[in-house]
Write a new protein. Structure first.
Length: 412
């Protein structure tokens, strides 16, 4: 019999109180972290049912998991030889969420292809609730095109991927592939169900990625921004309960979060129009995009051919989004800017803070190793009108949480 689930709209109880969570565990050394995740979920009031693959039992025993959850662990289709069996369909109806942590490359591939050869995959394929996937594998396996293609397919199916961290792996190599810490996974799940995050009820506009300014039908002026920082900010903001309008230039990134609405643009002019319109009804804006300062004065309608003479491009300045939003800003609205500098970093950031009427500015310097475009990490200094706080090099997900924490404090 399927038990009645708590209403997703209730805010009278803690977000996970009474929630039914299916935790899938696969064959990875990171399986030991699942014990901490179980404890956190149960402490928050959730019921946890573990489903483990045969390989997973080589890393952590069902006895341990059963002791933590007070429930028998499900691994095989048939529990006994008397005809009784475990119903993956019932689990799919019972659950409010499914978390697969750790998720190995093999399991991710089976999920993407629908290879239902174990109880965990059949449960996943029957799941009616949101599915969260926390990959764990060596850096080369994670970076392999097949793994990335499978993860993108899962994102397109609507699964929420909890990106792995960068650190020392089981191979003793250092790179991206380390399963996210259980405390951070818990925060993602808790934030998903929360109706009372620190930014609950707020509407936040975030710009991300580069802009492309067309020269002719095949060429453009652009920059190296990957959009990773802006997308991390959008997810961190949504996890705090905000409704996010993510306005992004051309990037190879996907986002799946019920509180994030994505608008794709190409040029600085398109981003200016989208940002100024969205800010009219917003509570805050974070301007993380690397918007072109100049664009070609004219665009050729046909591909420009190579000639014997030098080509001269006439450029004109683009519209200043930060300045426009600063002039629009009411007393109740918050505005956060970014400054990517190479020289006189603090002086330039301070000038932008004042001139654009920002509440605080996030400074990063290309002189800092591991910071800036295309990296998985960033190193920032947050400068407000009365305070300056420098942070060490961190993953962009961690940096995003630091920035959103500062935004939340503005409302405190």
């Amino acid at each position: 019999m399927v038990q009645e689930k708590p209403s997703p709209l209730t805010n009278l109880l803690p977000p996970l109180k009474g929630r039914h969570i299916v935790l899938g565990i696969t064959g990875s050394i990171a399986a030991y972290k699942s014990c901490t995740l179980i404890r956190l979920l149960i402490k928050a009031g959730a019921e946890v049912q573990t489903v483990i693959t045969p390989a997973g039992k080589e890393f952590i025993t069902p006895v341990t998991l059963s002791a933590l959850t007070s429930k028998p662990v499900i691994s095989e289709f048939f529990a006994q030889r008397d005809g009784s069996w475990h119903s993956h369909v019932d689990l799919g109806l019972w659950a409010d969420a499914m978390i697969i942590a750790p998720a190995t490359a093999a399991t991710i591939g089976k999920m993407a292809a629908g290879v239902a050869d174990n109880m965990l995959i059949t449960t996943y394929l029957s799941m009616k609730a949101p599915v969260f996937v926390a990959p764990a594998m060596d850096l080369d396996m994670y970076a392999h095109p097949s793994t990335q293609a499978n993860l993108n397919r899962l994102r397109n199916y609507g699964n929420i991927i909890i990106e792995p961290a960068t650190g020392e792996l089981a191979s003793h190599l250092v790179g991206k592939g380390r399963m996210e810490e259980p405390e951070n996974i818990f925060n993602v799940i808790n934030g998903f169900f929360s109706q009372s995050g620190r930014l609950s009820g707020k509407h936040v506009v975030i710009t991300a990625g580069p802009t492309y300014e067309r020269i002719d039908p095949v060429r453009f002026i652009g920059n190296y921004s990957s959009g990773k920082m802006g997308f991390a900010l959008a997810e961190a903001c949504a996890d705090e309960g905000a409704d996010v309008e993510l306005i992004t230039g051309p990037v190879n990134l996907t986002v799946n979060h019920p509180r994030i609405n994505r608008t794709d643009v190409e040029s600085a002019a398109e981003m200016f129009g989208a940002a100024t319109e969205a800010f009219k009804t917003a509570d805050a804006a974070i301007l993380c995009a690397a918007v072109a300062d100049f664009a070609p004065a004219t665009q050729a309608q046909e591909k420009m051919k190579r000639g014997k003479e030098n080509l001269t491009l006439q450029l004109h300045p683009t519209q200043d989004i930060a300045a426009a939003l600063g002039n629009m800003k009411s007393d109740k609205q918050k505005l956060v800017g970014f400054a990517l500098e190479t020289t006189d970093e603090r002086a330039n950031a301070q000038r932008k803070l004042e001139n654009k009427k920002l509440d605080f500015i996030v400074l990063n310097s290309l002189n800092d190793k591991g910071a800036g475009f295309a990296h998985e990490t960033n190193k920032i200094t947050i400068i407000s009108h009365d305070k300056e706080t420098a942070f060490p090099l961190k993953s962009k997900r961690e940096v995003a949480r630091d920035i959103i924490d500062c935004l939340c404090k503005l409302y405190d």
